[in-house]
Design a protein around this ligand. Structure first.
Ligand SMILES: C[S@@+](CC[C@H](N)C(=O)[O-])C[C@H]1O[C@@H](n2cnc3c(N)ncnc32)[C@H](O)[C@@H]1O
Length: 361
């Protein structure tokens, strides 16, 4: 790892979720993501009970928590409450109450995230100090050994960028007429896989520097069960494919240019537990305490509805095609989703629950 990488804070940033608190905002259209926060609450508490080291170093006698990819709320507040409840319980039940630390929570997302809305809705009765940290989680966000507990839910499938080759007309990976690797064209998939591996390497490298020894990282990742081909992924091969076909149809009708469709790709990748394990091991700074794909009935994560998918992708789409196409695009998406929803049964998706502990040497 180069020194430049070590200190890189200015990692490329794409568009965040739809801000504000209007009807199309992420704040009003993220109930589907809350289902995952709720479904993993018990696993999170159990992991904290079994893995938290109560004698780890607390900077300023304060337990530091960071939620990465917090977006605009309210899900991040639920995640933080779940963490706090479980951590406090451990301190309460294993030590004298005078030893319960203070809590500092860092809400972190890309600089363009709507932090005003986030702070506007901060719970009034919170028992923690709150701060916002802007920047990409693929770069450094915090000082060395300063965070006791990192958390991130449904954010790390976003790559730092669209893989370069996918947009290069002279490359075998050029993804003309499609917006993702979903149909398993080998070269395109390989380009996404190597971008993901590179990004996760940066993520783990930065977190390894920032996590207190013995500290934990807990992640809910949107991925794929082991041994299921990428062509069977529920989101890649239903939601993203449908979005792609809507864009192609609009280009055919002359509403948008074909060239813009050819140069538009979704910067996301859905990894399997096996792929993740290799990356964590290569990094070497964390022990893998838990890394498992939750069965779909446990995570209850399904196909994103049109309003949710719009709140997630609107920024990216506006950047490429302008905002005037949004209403038509998503009503077409809604229509196609209804026509094709029966395919969902044959597709797979998984929330991968990960607990990593920072090694002490
Ligand atoms: C689907 S939202 C999930 C938000 C929240 N954790 C939840 O459960 O509702 C994904 C979030 O990850 C953020 N994100 C994506 N890539 C990021 C990056 N490189 N650095 C920081 N945040 C990122 C997005 O801006 C977005 O707010």
């Amino acid at each position: 790892m180069t020194a430049a990488m070590e200190d890189s804070i200015n990692v490329l940033e794409a568009y965040p979720m739809k801000g504000g608190d209007g009807p199309d905002s992420y704040a009003k259209n993220s109930i589907e993501q809350k289902v995952v926060v709720d479904a993993t609450k018990e696993l999170l508490s159990k992991a904290i009970k079994e893995k938290l080291e109560l004698d780890m170093f607390l900077p300023f006698n304060t337990f530091h928590i960071a939620d990465l990819g917090c977006s605009v709320g309210p899900n991040t507040f639920f995640s933080v409450e779940n963490i706090l409840e479980a951590v406090k319980f451990e301190y309460q039940s294993k030590g004298p109450s005078s030893e319960i630390p203070k809590f500092q929570v860092f809400f972190s997302d890309k600089t363009l995230n709507d932090f005003n809305i986030l702070f506007n809705y901060l719970p009034q009765n919170r028992n923690y100090y709150a701060a916002g940290v802007p920047g990409s989680f693929y770069g450094r966000l915090f000082p060395k050994a300063s965070i006791n507990f990192f958390h991130s839910s449904l954010a790390l499938h976003w790559l730092s960028r669209v893989p370069k080759d996918v947009m290069d007309k002279n490359s075998r990976a050029w993804n003309k007429g499609r917006i993702h690797y979903s149909n398993n064209q080998d070269e395109v998939l390989k380009a996404y896989q190597s971008q993901y591996a590179e990004d996760m390497e940066c993520f783990l490298h930065a977190r390894a520097l920032e996590t207190v020894h013995g500290g934990l990282i807990v992640l809910n990742l949107l991925g794929l069960p082991n041994d299921i081909p990428q062509s069977h992924h529920l989101i890649g091969n239903l939601a993203i494919d449908i979005l792609g076909s809507c864009l192609v149809e609009m280009a055919r009708k002359g509403v948008i240019s074909q060239e813009k469709v050819d140069s538009f790709n979704m910067p996301c990748y859905f990894a399997s537990p096996q792929e993740l394990e290799v990356i964590v091991e290569r990094n070497g700074c964390f022990s893998t305490e838990i890394l498992e794909a939750l069965p779909q009935h446990v995570s209850k994560h399904g196909t994103p509805s049109a309003p949710t998918f719009r709140a997630i992708t609107e920024g990216l789409i506006t950047q490429q095609f302008g905002e005037e196409i949004l209403d038509d695009l998503f009503s077409l998406y809604q229509q196609k989703l209804e026509e094709q929803i029966s395919i969902a049964e044959s597709k797979k998706s998984a929330v991968i629950f990960v607990v990593l502990k920072r090694k002490t040497n």
